[in-house]
Design a protein around this ligand. Structure first.
Ligand SMILES: [Zn+2]
Ligand SMILES: [Zn+2]
Length: 109
């Protein structure tokens, strides 16, 4: 599986296959010396980790009510739901349902 983009050789634009199993070039903000298998030139790869921001609206942070998912049953009488905007969690305990008295005898008079 290739989870990282491979760098290109700055001389001939060949794609340099990194051996990810060895953690090659995984170290951040460091210079790594590589040599190109195509043109044989040595070059430096600088690994940078970038962060992506994904803003989304959260009306509940601006005075609107939370937008909750439906109640999810946790166990016995506990339920839990989450606001899909701000991930605020709410929990509730249901009153224990009165045990149903089963009349197992079906004797007809
Ligand atoms: Zn090259
Ligand atoms: Zn919310």
């Amino acid at each position: 599986m290739n989870d990282l983009e491979c760098p290109e050789c700055p001389y001939c634009n060949a794609i340099i296959k990194l051996c990810h199993e060895d953690g090659q070039c995984y170290a951040e903000e460091k210079d790594h010396e590589l040599s190109c298998g195509e043109c044989g030139k040595n070059f430096i790869v600088h690994t940078t980790v970038s962060y992506y921001y994904s803003p989304r609206k959260a009306d509940c942070l601006n005075g609107s009510p939370h937008r909750f998912t439906s109640w999810q049953r946790l166990w016995e009488s506990e339920q839990d739901r989450m606001c899909i905007d701000c991930e605020h969690r709410e929990r509730r305990t249901l009153p224990m349902a009165p045990a149903k008295t089963k009349n197992l005898s079906h004797k007809t008079p």
